[in-house]
Ligand binder design. Structure first.
Ligand code: FES
Ligand SMILES: [Fe+2]
Length: 434
């Protein structure tokens, strides 16, 4: 059996300005992460628009735990371990759908959509045993805690710890902003889902989201031709796709202006005055509808919150101004599934949705102009770290220069390593405190 490292050994892997490569490469560390981080953090499950009516369900994972997410006939959302209470078969195969009840494909036990046992074939066979319907072990087990915030579903495998809103802290404002951008205050998952498996540790993918020193270099083959082509379109007439690709080649000064904010529990956001998404055209009808719904001052506040990415650690990176979300699902120490989803703002024209879908296709899909550059970088890091060169991975950039704003919120220029240092502060808290 693999020897699991003790607390002291784990704590020594994270220094204030660097981390040991084992955090990305050691299977024993990964095992502990599944229990101590993914077993104790609130993990993003999905959005309630995926469960419109009682009986709707979908499957997903929390860490490596397979779960079924249902809307029960009490209208509540349930998150159930995908494991039959009888002999352990997965009850629902991967996917989504609608079912009145959940019937196990092995011996036909039937469960309600909240997991409670409804029917056992030839039940009298248990009369002389300790097994009984009153035994909670006869139900499909529910994940310890489930909470919804404005339609976003999170679950936590531990009964201990803060409620969802307290745990999100100031990062909750990014979820608010995504929903507030709809004049009717409602968003909805729509379209398909992009899902890829990468040969890299989950933290490498997550860190890439906040790495503003890489776009100019890694995505050079994308932004250079985009900039060239854009010259052929005078004024504001260039296609939206070019407006999306060009900023990847912005100056380091511009990327510094994309300020990074850290706000506790590993949560962070990038953006403020600057983001690579500023400059997309906006319909005047949309702005009028927003003003009619919220008034001018609140509309300005909502639309001027230009966060590029918000990371709700450890499971999502969220573009609230563009309604796309990337979800991270660890599989093994060097294997991660990344999903990207798009939200529609209810009460607005489909053109806004097209902007989100176009970005998703252009940057994250198999047809992407930029995503593949990042995928190559993930794999190179995972392979490079296997060598017997340095034991340590640098997080030195702008070290010691963070601005503390109080209440646990800190800020730094966009090219700082502040986010990575903050993520590993949270990592260490989860990994050692447990
Ligand atoms: S394993 Fe599910 S009914 Fe037997
Ligand atoms: Fe990138």
């Amino acid at each position: 059996m693999t020897r699991l490292p003790g607390n002291e050994e784990i704590a020594a892997l994270v220094e204030p300005d660097r981390v040991h490569k084992r955090v990305y490469t050691d299977p024993a560390i990964f095992e502990l992460e599944m229990a101590r981080i993914w077993g104790n953090a609130w993990v993003y499950i999905g959005h309630e628009s995926q469960l419109k009516t009682p009986g709707d369900y979908f499957t997903t994972t929390i860490g490596r735990q397979s779960v079924i997410v249902t809307r029960h006939n009490d209208n509540n959302v349930y998150v159930l371990y995908n494991r039959c209470a009888h002999k352990g078969a997965q009850v629902v195969s991967d996917g989504c759908g609608h079912a009145k009840q959940l019937r196990c494909a092995y011996h036909g036990y039937v469960f309600d959509t909240d997991g409670s046992l409804l029917h056992i074939p030839r039940e009298e066979g248990y009369a002389s045993s300790t097994f009984g319907r009153d035994d909670p072990m006869a139900d499909i087990r529910q994940v310890a805690r489930v909470e919804l915030y404005r339609g976003f579903i999170f679950a936590n495998q531990s009964k201990q710890g803060p409620d969802l809103a307290s745990w999100l802290g100031p990062a909750i404002t990014s979820l608010d902003n995504a929903v507030d951008r709809s004049p009717v205050g409602e968003i909805e998952i729509t379209g398909g889902i992009l899902r890829y498996e990468h040969d890299a540790n989950w933290k490498i993918l997550l860190e890439n989201v906040s790495d503003n020193m890489h776009p100019t270099v890694t995505h050079q083959s994308t932004w250079q031709p985009a900039k060239q082509l854009a010259k052929e379109f005078p004024g504001n007439e260039k296609p939206l796709a070019l407006a999306m690709l060009e900023p990847f080649g912005s100056s380091y000064e511009f990327f510094d202006e994309i300020a990074m904010t850290t706000c506790g529990n590993g949560h962070t956001w990038s953006g403020g005055n600057a983001t690579i998404h500023i400059g997309y055209p906006r319909e005047s009808k949309y702005v009028q509808d927003m003003i009619a719904a919220y008034g001018e001052e609140k509309t300005n506040r909502i639309l001027s919150m230009n966060r590029q990415n918000t990371i709700v650690y450890p499971s999502i990176a969220f573009k609230s101004a563009l309604q796309t979300i990337r979800v991270y699902r660890p599989i093994a120490v060097d294997k991660t599934v990344q999903e990207t989803w798009t939200f529609k703002l209810n009460g607005v024209s489909d053109d806004m949705l097209h902007t989100s879908v176009l970005y998703n296709q252009l940057i994250f899909s198999p047809f992407s102009m930029a995503g593949h550059d990042d995928y190559e970088a993930y794999h190179r890091i995972q392979h490079g770290l296997q060598t017997e060169a340095s034991e340590w991975v640098s997080q030195h950039r702008h070290f010691g220069r963070d601005r503390q704003n109080g209440d646990g919120v800190s800020q730094a220029p966009g090219t700082s390593d502040i986010v990575f240092r903050h993520e590993f502060e949270a990592w260490k808290n989860y990994m050692v405190a447990a």
